[in-house]
Design a protein around this ligand. Structure first.
Ligand code: HAM
Length: 412
């Protein structure tokens, strides 16, 4: 029969990859907990409505990338992103009553029906951080700084920080009309995809790879030139704090992201070493209307998410030490298996990493296996009692039964 494989665009996590991902988790926790972020884990699926309203009906994510199941009289979707779910949880648990902003971080898997390729999967992991309940530009600057710090600690190499501001949806509405008029005036030069979506999502045209479209976009009006004073002031304050922190960035007036909830600050960290199609390690921005869009009171928010796979692609693999093994319990003949089994169990209960021979190997084979596993000591149960071998010095001694643990803590 044909062997069954993992679905396209998914992968198994094992070996060094599992250890590398543990490091991502440790570093993320170190950076974020220090800044007051608490861990959150939301369900893998949510009401489809949450993403339709939160992420936006017009986005590629909602239009073609969600895994949706009809269930009873409702519809549920495997989460394609984490911001809308975290806002849903914020509302559901009355977190607006806590001191604001409420800072939450996650490391979770997400699902998008994308064309699988290096750095793009259908199930992928993100580290994310959301600060909900304050529109202070210091929240934006701090949030951007924290992702920079995480990337630095992971050693992802040269990165480019790109920032922009989108302003409020009202400010954007006028601009959208202006941009649509510009696109219509040059309709015959645009790609079919952009032409078909002039009304639905004109801003996406900035993202197009089509040369004709790119030429039209070079001459397009820029949102940043149309922002009202209070949005410009907010953006200037964010930039000022990034300058004070010595963080280098570029303002990119054409930056667009694939989710509709953004207002004001928008940013991305792009790797200079990964290929352009997958070079965004992480990004995010402010989403001051999202909580309201999903049925809550007006509540500002700011956050980001970074792809675990992308960060690991950009960071050179670190030598990862295998987990320590203090004691390997070998035995000379099958009758001694029970005693060996108990010794290994007792050692673990006393806090020592210990393993029992389980492969039915010869004594010689057992010693070889203990060596391969990196055991510090091997206890060998034989007819003449128990002997303990120090694998570092090669010293071997017969010990009183019941003193093995004493010897592995005190030395032979
Ligand atoms: P996003 O830009 O869609 O933002 O995703 C953030 C990061 O997740 C990307 O920069 C990329 O590293 C990784 N990523 C996205 N899709 C895939 C994929 N198919 N395979 C591998 N990695 C992927 C968000 O999801 C927003 N929720 C970020 C945010 C949080 N904004 C505000 N708060």
């Amino acid at each position: 029969m044909a062997r069954i494989q993992a679905p396209r665009g998914t992968y198994d996590v094992l070996g060094d990859m599992a250890l590398a991902r543990e490091r991502v988790e440790r570093e993320a926790a170190a950076v974020l907990v220090r800044a007051g972020y608490a861990r959150i884990e939301t369900p893998t699926f949510e009401a489809t409505e949450l993403f339709a309203r939160g992420v936006g009906e017009a986005t590629d994510v909602v239009q073609k990338e969600m895994y949706t199941l009809e269930e009873g009289d409702g519809s549920i979707t495997l989460r394609p992103e984490g911001t809308a779910p975290v806002c849903r949880a914020y509302l559901e648990h009355g977190m607006h009553k806590l001191p604001q902003p409420v800072k939450l971080w996650y490391l979770s898997s997400f699902f998008r029906r994308e064309r699988p390729q290096a750095g793009r999967y259908r199930q992928f992991w993100q580290v994310g951080a959301e600060a909900i309940g304050s529109d202070d530009p210091a929240v934006d600057a701090e949030s951007i700084l924290l992702l920079g710090e995480l990337l630095e600690r992971l050693g992802t190499g040269a990165v480019r920080l790109v920032i922009a501001s989108l302003g409020s949806p009202e400010a954007r509405a006028d601009y959208r009309e202006e941009l649509k008029a510009h696109l219509r005036a040059h309709e015959d030069e645009l790609s079919e995809e952009v032409r078909d979506r002039i009304d639905l999502n004109p801003l996406r045209a900035f993202d197009a790879k089509h040369p004709g479209t790119q030429r039209v976009m070079e001459r397009a009006p820029r949102l940043l030139d149309r922002l009202p004073a209070e949005d410009l002031e907010h953006f200037a304050a964010v930039r000022g704090m990034l300058d004070d922190a010595g963080l280098a960035y570029e303002v990119d007036t054409t930056l667009v992201r694939g989710l509709d909830y953004y207002t004001r600050t928008l940013f991305e960290y792009q790797s200079s070493t990964l290929e352009a199609a997958q070079n965004t390690l992480g990004g995010g921005g402010r989403y001051d209307r999202l909580v309201e869009q999903i049925g809550g009171p007006a509540t500002p928010g700011m956050g980001w998410a970074a792809g675990v796979e992308r960060m690991l692609m950009a960071a050179p693999p670190q030598p990862v030490a295998p987990p320590p093994l203090e004691l390997y319990v070998a035995y000379a003949k099958p009758e001694l298996r029970s005693a060996a089994f108990l010794l290994a169990a007792d050692a673990r209960r006393a806090g020592h990493p210990a393993r029992l021979e389980l492969g039915g190997r010869s004594l010689k084979g057992q010693l070889k296996q203990a060596d391969r596993a990196g055991a510090r000591y091997v206890a060998i149960l034989g007819d003449e009692g128990t002997s303990l071998k120090d694998m570092e010095t090669g010293e071997q001694k017969t010990v009183e039964s019941g003193t093995v643990m004493h010897h592995i803590t005190q030395g032979l």
